[in-house]
Structure formats: C-alpha cells, structure tokens
Design a protein around this ligand. Structure first.
Ligand SMILES: *Cc1c(COP(=O)(O)O)cnc(C)c1O
Length: 365
C-alpha cells in the first residue's frame, strides 16, 4: 500500500535530535513554559517575519484565543469560509460570536473575496481566512475589504506553514494568525501543539496571559483565562523540525509539480495554483472527480491510500443543525467531489510515479 502520509517515517528522520531534545528537557527539570518554549516562540516569529509568537496547546485554542483577545463575543459576527475544517468555525462559536459563512472560489477552494462584502453587517468584527490545503488566500482583496469596513483579519494557518504571499509568509498577512502543529501538519509535533503569531503588542500580551489562566504575573489574574500552553517537551522537537520545514515544503512542491504535469485523466480535475500564491505548501494535494466513490475504491484496489478533506460541509454537521436548511452549493459541490492523493516530504519517487500511472488509468464505469 502506498500510504497517504507516513508519520512514523517523517519523524524517525529526526530520531536522534528528538531523543536529545527530550533528554534536555528531562534534565532541566522544567516542564511548563520554560526556555525551550521561549526559544521556539522567538524562532517561529522570526521564521514567519512577525514580531511575536505565543505557543499554545493546539490550533483550535490558537484561533479561540485570538478571537477572545480581540474581545469578539456575543452579538458579534465573524466571516468564515463555508468549506473549512470545522475547527475554524468552532473557534467563533466557542466565543459566543456568530460565524457567517461565505462561499469559496471553486478553483482555489479559498474564500471568494468577491462574496465577502454582501455578508458584512454592522455586527461584523473580523474576517477569518483559511489558507486551505496550503495555498494562501487572495490577501490583497481581503485587505482592501478589511480597511474599508474596519475589520480585523485573522488567519487560520493550520495548513499553510511557510507558504508565501508576494514576499511575506502566511502568519504575517493579517492582524493575527493561528497555527496548529498537530502531527499531520506541515510542521508537526509529537502530539498536540499550536501557536499565535502577530505584530500587535497588545494582543501579544493579552494572549500570553490568556493561555496561562489569564495571569500576567504569578497569582495575579487579569482575565478569566484558560490553560492552553505549548508543552515544554514539544518545543525543542518543533525547533528541530522548523529547520527542515522549507526543504520539506520544497519536496511537497516537487511532488505536486510532477502530479500537475503528469496526471492527464479527463475524469480528474487538478488543483489550480494562483499565480500570486508564489509558494503553495501543499499540505494536501486535492483533486476533484464526479465519480468519487468509484475512484476511491479503484485507488484502494490498486494499493494507493487516499483521504477526503472533507466529506461533510460544516453546515451539514449535526453540531450546526441550526444551519441545515441553508444552501452553500459551491461548498457542497467541493465536499462531494474532493479526494486527496498521497503527498509528503518522505514519499518515494517510485511511489509518486505509481500514483500518476494508477490515476491516469482510472475509468468510471
Ligand atoms: C488542523 C486544523 C485546525 C485545528 O488544529 P488543532 O491543532 O487540531 O486544534 C484548525 N483549522 C484548520 C484549517 C486545520 O486544518
């Protein structure tokens, strides 16, 4: 079987460094918010080009803390794409604010800037953009809308570590950004982890307090905060892996380039790469086909593991049953047709070639 993503192989490349990191933390005797977290925060902020980074427990918390940090809550609205991983939307709901879904562009799968303004009301406080699958949104258009309506831009960078827009990295393209280091992401920990990046000194101080019981000084609490800290033991693992992120993303780009050039099956629609998104980081390589079930069965029979990102749109989830009668036809079409092919920095070239061969031989009945 050609695996969709071999996490064991990805991490075993760094076995010695990881073991040494864990030993370092073990011998330091300091397990919460120590030197390793501080150094990772500095290095990750420098990588993204932002003034600040704050390590938190996971990507959902990173989003939730940004929204809380900007005081967005009950009675406020936040624009979110209708086709994202549900965590983006949950972060708005968790703060008691209302997510307002806006349809994506059918080519890029990212929020369609032309559809945002019609959904803005006097209650709108922010646009939460998701750089889905590793490709950055059209930030120029989104910035001009946010300026006009005085809205915050919050980036969900859980799939776009290292992606660039013009000369800036994702994470430095709005007011604040949330990263997930869930093991399967482009930069992954050995467990849950996340970060917020920003250039806003007030938000930075607020989130540093919020992640630690709302405390800015031991036993003094400014806010009714959370316990959402990046584990000290994950920080050196992330510091090590950050050194390889650009090279890993380049490997993903090479595989994606090969797929884009060699897959020629008319039943398979390839992803569209925006000219401005100068560096897509291919968190996943998503194709569309009108014959999805047959395609997946066929791929499995041929020994290729595939995944669906994602099978059910957020407005069709039981968790949001208040939205069940709403219609988001573009999102529904995407959710019914997408399939993700194997891609990762450790994928062997023979496997890449085999995937192309198998995909090209697919014929719907
Ligand atoms: C993975 C992911 C998240 C959530 O990150 P966790 O660390 O799992 O909480 C949020 N948004 C998107 C788009 C994701 O892919």
């Amino acid at each position: 079987m050609i695996p969709f993503l071999d996490l064991k192989k990805i991490n075993l490349r760094h076995e010695d460094e990881i073991i040494n990191s864990v030993k370092r933390v073990l011998q330091s005797g300091w397990f919460i918010l120590g030197q390793e977290v501080t150094q990772f925060e500095e290095e990750f902020a420098a990588y993204c080009g932002t003034k600040y980074a704050v390590g938190v427990a996971n990507g959902l918390d990173a989003l939730e803390l940004i929204i809380r940090g900007y005081d967005i809550g009950p009675g406020d609205e936040v624009i979110v794409p209708s086709n994202t991983y549900i965590a983006s939307i949950l972060s708005v709901s968790a703060n008691g604010a209302t997510p307002v879904l806006v349809e994506p562009d059918l080519l890029t799968y990212n929020i369609d800037p032309a559809k945002i303004e019609a959904s803005i009301t006097p209650k709108t406080k922010a646009i939460l953009v998701v750089h889905l699958y590793g490709q950055v949104c059209n930030m120029e258009k989104i910035h001009s809308i946010s300026r006009k309506h005085n809205l915050k831009i919050i980036e969900d960078c859980a799939q776009s570590h290292g992606a660039m827009y013009k000369n800036a990295r994702s994470g430095n393209l709005g007011d604040a950004a949330a990263f997930s280091f869930y093991p399967g992401k482009n930069l992954g920990a050995l467990g849950d982890a996340g970060a917020v990046t920003t250039n806003d000194p007030i938000l930075y101080e607020t989130i540093r307090a919020l992640r630690n019981y709302g405390s800015h000084k031991k036993y003094e609490n400014l806010y009714k905060g959370y316990n959402s800290r990046l584990d000290e033991i994950q920080a050196p693992i992330l510091r090590n892996k950050l050194k390889y992120l650009d090279a890993d993303n380049q490997k993903r780009r090479d595989i994606a380039g090969y797929y884009l050039k060699k897959i020629t099956n008319p039943h398979v629609m390839l992803p569209h790469v925006e000219a401005e998104a100068s560096s897509h980081v291919w968190h996943v390589f998503v194709i569309r086909t009108a014959h999805r079930e047959a395609f997946i069965d066929y791929m499995t029979q041929q020994g290729v593991q595939t995944m669906i990102h994602y099978p059910i749109p957020p407005h069709k989830q039981e968790a949001y049953k208040e939205w069940e009668s709403r219609q988001y036809p573009i999102s529904e079409k995407i959710h019914s047709e997408v399939v993700s092919l194997p891609i990762s920095p450790v994928m062997e070239q023979v496997h890449v070639m085999r995937v192309v061969e198998v995909v090209n031989e697919f014929r719907p009945l």
